[in-house]
Design a protein around this ligand. Structure first.
Ligand SMILES: Cc1ncc(COP(=O)(O)O)c(C=O)c1O
Length: 371
């Protein structure tokens, strides 16, 4: 069996450090907004080389609280991509705004800047593109679109820890960058966790209040806030793992290089990591009109694959109220029908990547499912 992901090696390598970090928190007896969160926030800001960071409970909350801190709410529109994990859009709706979808770029999976520009109206209050699969977006163009109209850009970098556009890390281009530390992310906690990065001290202050019941002093509450704090145990674990992130990203790139070499020449769309848009391969995604057949073939060979994402967000039942119909965002819909994510994780044996590629080659050369 070749699994899609396997986190057990990560834990085995870091067992002593993680157990030590947990022990420290337990002995310190301080579980909420203590030194681990404070240090992790500093360390992640240093890693990004940028401003300050605010630890929160999840990636969804990172986006939701950022929009709220920017003053987005009822009656506002937020432009986003239909080709992403649903929580990006959920955060927009939970903030009280209406998502407006801009289709993805030709030949890629990120938001198209021209489509975003076309979706702008007088009600637009923010632009939320996603560095999907771990690849940096055409962020310069999106920044220009947002800047020209004076609209804040909120980067959903939930799948893009440590990827650069040119020399600069993503999550540092917009008014804010939002990260998720869901366990399977390139930097994953042992539970839910998230973070916002921003160079704007005013926004940072608002976010610190919003994650902590709106509190701005021990017993004073300046605004309506919620409980969305990153907790000490997760922060302590994330501090250990952050020190390995660059190495893990390099491991992912090695596996990606094997796939790219071994799959070249097949009738497949392969991920294109062209400069200046870096890729940290949170997911290694290929595309073919024969996606379902190929997935079934690989399953029969004991190779686990997944589809990110089989239904674009604008066609999800929860979004029916927005009134989008099939065919309204054709590039996202075509992508949803053709993408397939192959096994990918740091520490994945290279032999597994070669075996997966060999089975894909066999599928295209041979009689497919009939064999
Ligand atoms: C692109 C994207 N945005 C937002 C989220 C939400 O993050 P979380 O699961 O930490 O709330 C995720 C993670 O699933 C994601 O992949």
């Amino acid at each position: 069996m070749i699994p899609f992901q396997d986190l057990s090696g990560q834990f085995a390598d870091l067992r002593t450090e993680i157990e030590g970090a947990i022990q420290n928190v337990l002995e310190r007896n301080r579980f909420i907004l203590g030194p681990e969160v404070e240090e992790f926030e500093k360390e992640f800001a240093a890693f990004l080389g940028h401003g300050q960071t605010i630890g929160v409970a999840s990636g969804t909350d990172a986006i939701l609280l950022t929009l709220k801190a920017l003053g987005v709410g009822e009656g506002d529109e937020v432009i986003t991509t239909p080709f992403t994990a649903a929580p990006t859009t959920m955060a927009i709706v939970l903030a009280g705004a209406r998502p407006v979808f801009a289709d993805i770029e030709e030949g890629g999976y990120g938001m198209d800047a021209a489509e975003a520009a076309q979706a702008i109206s007088l009600r637009t209050r923010a632009l939320v593109p996603v560095h999907i699969y771990g690849q940096a977006l055409s962020i310069r163009k999106l920044c220009e679109t947002a800047c020209a109209l004076g609209i804040p850009l909120v980067e959903d970098a939930c799948q893009a820890h440590g990827v650069r556009f040119g020399k600069r890390m993503v999550g540092t281009f917009g008014a804010a960058g939002c990260f998720s530390f869901y366990p399977t992310k390139n930097l994953g906690a042992c539970g839910d966790a998230g973070l916002v990065a921003t160079a704007d001290p005013y926004l940072a202050e608002r976010l610190r209040m919003l994650r902590d019941y709106g509190r701005n002093g021990r017993d004073t509450f300046a605004q309506i806030g919620r409980n969305s704090r990153l907790d000490e145990l997760q922060a302590a674990i994330l501090r250990v793992k952050l020190r390995r992130l660059e190495k893990w990203n390099a491991d992912r790139k090695k596996i990606a290089a094997i796939y790219l070499e071994e799959l070249e020449g097949l009738p497949l769309k392969l991920p294109a990591s062209r400069s200046p848009r870096g890729h940290v391969f949170h997911l290694f995604v290929i595309a073919t009109p024969r996606r379902n057949e190929l997935a079934a073939w690989l399953k029969r060979k004991d190779i686990e694959t997944h589809v990110h994402y089989p239904v674009p967000v604008h066609l999800q039942p929860a979004m029916a109220f927005l009134g989008y119909k099939k065919g309204s965002l054709p590039r996202a819909e075509a992508a949803a029908n053709s993408v397939l994510s192959l096994p990918m994780y740091p520490g994945m044996p290279e032999g597994h990547a070669r075996k997966v590629a060999a089975e894909i080659r066999a599928f295209f050369k041979g009689p497919g499912l009939e064999s």
